[in-house]
Design a protein around this ligand. Structure first.
Ligand SMILES: [Zn+2]
Ligand SMILES: [Zn+2]
Length: 219
């Protein structure tokens, strides 16, 4: 059964605001200094799209056809596959790498410095009194690009941190909570989520992770 999710109230500490502002300025300077420019691709550079083995030789290389996987690599229960091609699985890494791309596009030989990427983030929780406190150790968190949704038995969140990293978590909670009494605080060193238990259950774990895909860093 699914219960209605509500957005949690979020507060941002002044030190977290300062840290984000500093990171933004630094980022702007980096981008302005030409790190994101289009020149200077070294011959021999491999296309960064997953599943494409094209190599940059000269400017004409930018026109060649690229067949790639837009999804992420998934390693799950011994099987390896691309999240965009779930029907094609293998246990052999070399075979996985040889799966032909499912999508056509243009080759990418440089990283886009503004592109968001999926990232992992350390988190833990403790319980005290009637509360469970979940700490997610993300810094330079951008509150405008985060979402925190809660129902009495499920927490779904997405956090943009370090300007380009996106961490998401979808968990069926170990015990029931009272969403109206729960809240989020973005602090400089971490994001802290306070969950008010709906009963006196002691939680041995946070709950079941609902995202079935174990997606690695796309780097
Ligand atoms: Zn694919
Ligand atoms: Zn390519």
């Amino acid at each position: 059964s699914t219960e209605a999710m509500r957005a949690l109230p979020v507060t941002v500490s002044s030190s977290a605001k300062v840290a984000l502002e500093q990171a933004r300025k630094l980022r702007e300077q980096e981008l302005a200094s030409g790190e994101g420019g289009s020149g200077g691709i070294k011959p021999g550079t491999q296309c960064k799209n997953n599943g494409c083995s094209n190599v940059y030789e000269d400017e004409k290389s930018l026109q060649q056809k690229c067949r790639f996987h837009p999804g992420a690599p998934v390693f799950h229960e011994g099987y390896k596959y691309w999240s965009c091609c779930k029907k094609k699985k293998t246990t052999e890494f070399s075979e996985f790498l040889s799966f032909a791309g499912c999508t056509e596009g243009t080759c990418v030989f440089q990283d886009d410095p503004t592109k968001k990427k999926k990232a992992l983030c350390r988190y833990d929780f403790f319980q005290q009194g009637g509360n469970v406190t979940l700490s997610i150790y993300a810094k330079k968190v951008d509150p405008d690009n985060c979402s925190f949704l809660l129902s009495p038995n499920r927490l779904t969140l997405s956090i943009l941190f370090d300007m380009v990293n996106n961490f998401s978590l979808d968990v069926e909670l170990f015990g029931r909570v009272d969403p109206e009494a729960c809240k989020v605080a973005i602090l400089a060193p971490k994001v802290e989520i306070t969950l008010k238990k709906a009963d006196g259950t002691s939680w041995s774990e946070l709950g079941n992770l609902l995202s079935s895909e174990v997606e690695g860093d796309e780097d």
